[in-house]
Design a protein around this ligand. Structure first.
Ligand code: NAX
Length: 333
């Protein structure tokens, strides 16, 4: 067996982490031959809960788990890590404005960017889950100048999973038979789930989604808004935000980053824009990416952008520009 991989999960006493740490520790992300050192960070008031999570992990008797370190100290949590799952953030309190939440959370990611810079391996791969995920990832990278910008990402795979599941049930196929739905932009209700490149396997033949669904009005309206508002629908039903599905999507995101995407498929990832598709460089924007076996990714190029798509891609870009400007002013205060 190889050396243990050092994997950090922040917000480790929270609800997403409760599903995420067990999936990682069972080998669902890095493989069943890869031992792990898990580092679990949360804030001091959550120390007791965090210790409970550690007790449960011990009681799972997991063969891949070499060590578990619960901590409230970033210098311990970020030390020599190979992978960071940055889930921890402040929940929206009653009466809190969106911009107050953004201000509180980007400060967390400024501090954690600095900790990545100081303590993590320079090869560390970072996925930001905590909202506003795109802007948090951008801030995190800005304050970790010694780590390549390509090593930072944010989670939009949950949005793709949601979209592919909607298509599968509409067409009447298994979700594994749907691929290449793109999520453009922000992990928010302005995101654009785009089916223009997506395919469905029907009776062993690949079809484009439009011809499989045969309902343009549903695809252009209800499908898009269902995916955009799915997070809110889960909150309304569960009185808690998506956790199991967010953890599963985080695993999907990291597994593809670690082992590469399958030939002919891509995955959406919030990554630092290089100016592709007219998206301002430096924003963390969700693009379709192909990932090679050496863990480098490329933004898929050459996708035809029609007026319908352009308008939606720009709307979500504009929201990210607003978030960026606010985040930078908060961090420089
Ligand atoms: P919880 O409130 O259950 O857990 C968050 C945990 O983070 C808490 O234990 C809290 O103490 C901890 N925390 C706060 N500040 C911290 C800090 N500075 N360092 C370490 N830990 C800290 O939230 P949960 O449901 O787990 O959601 C976590 C985040 O994921 C939220 O921001 C949520 O909005 C976001 N989501 C992102 C999704 C995505 O697809 N990108 C989907 C699901 C989810 O909405």
């Amino acid at each position: 067996m190889s050396e243990p991989l050092r994997v950090l999960v922040t917000g480790a006493a929270g609800q997403i982490a409760y599903s995420l740490v067990i999936a990682i520790a069972r080998g669902e992300v890095f493989g069943t031959n890869q031992p792990l050192d898990l580092l679990l960070l949360d804030i001091k008031p959550m120390e007791g809960v965090l210790n409970g999570v550690v007790m449960e992990l011990q009681d799972c008797a997991l063969p891949l788990l070499n060590s578990v370190t619960p901590t409230c100290d970033e210098s311990v949590a970020f030390k020599d890590i190979d992978v960071a799952c940055l889930v921890g953030s402040m929940p929206r309190g009653e009466g809190m404005e969106r911009k107050d939440l953004l201000a509180a959370n980007v400060k967390i990611f400024k501090t954690q960017g600095n900790s990545l810079h100081q303590y993590a391996k320079k090869t560390v791969k970072v996925v930001v889950v905590g909202n506003p995920a795109n802007t948090n990832a951008m801030i995190c990278s800005k304050y970790a100048p010694s780590i390549p910008k390509e090593n930072f990402s944010c989670l939009t795979r949950l949005d793709q999973n949601r979209a592919q599941s909607q298509i599968a049930s509409r067409v009447g196929v298994k979700v594994a038979d749907v691929r290449n739905v793109i999520i453009w932009g922000n992990h928010s209700s302005t995101q654009f789930p785009d089916i223009s490149q997506a395919q469905v396997k029907v009776q062993d033949k690949l079809k484009d989604v439009r011809s499989a669904v045969q309902d343009d009005s549903w695809l252009n309206n209800e499908f898009i808004s269902t995916v955009q508002k799915r997070g809110a629908a889960v909150i309304a039903a569960r009185k808690l935000s998506s956790a199991m599905s967010a953890a599963k999507a985080t695993c999907d995101h990291l597994r593809d980053w670690w082992f590469g995407t399958e030939s002919g498929t891509f995955t959406p990832m919030g990554v630092i824009s290089d100016g592709s598709y007219g998206i301002e460089a430096g924003l963390v924007y969700s693009f379709p990416v192909e990932i090679a076996a050496d863990r480098t990714y490329k933004i898929v190029q050459g996708i035809n952008i029609d007026n319908f798509a352009r308008e939606k891609m720009d709307a979500t870009k504009n929201e990210l520009i607003e978030e960026r400007d606010l985040a930078i002013s908060v961090c420089e205060d």
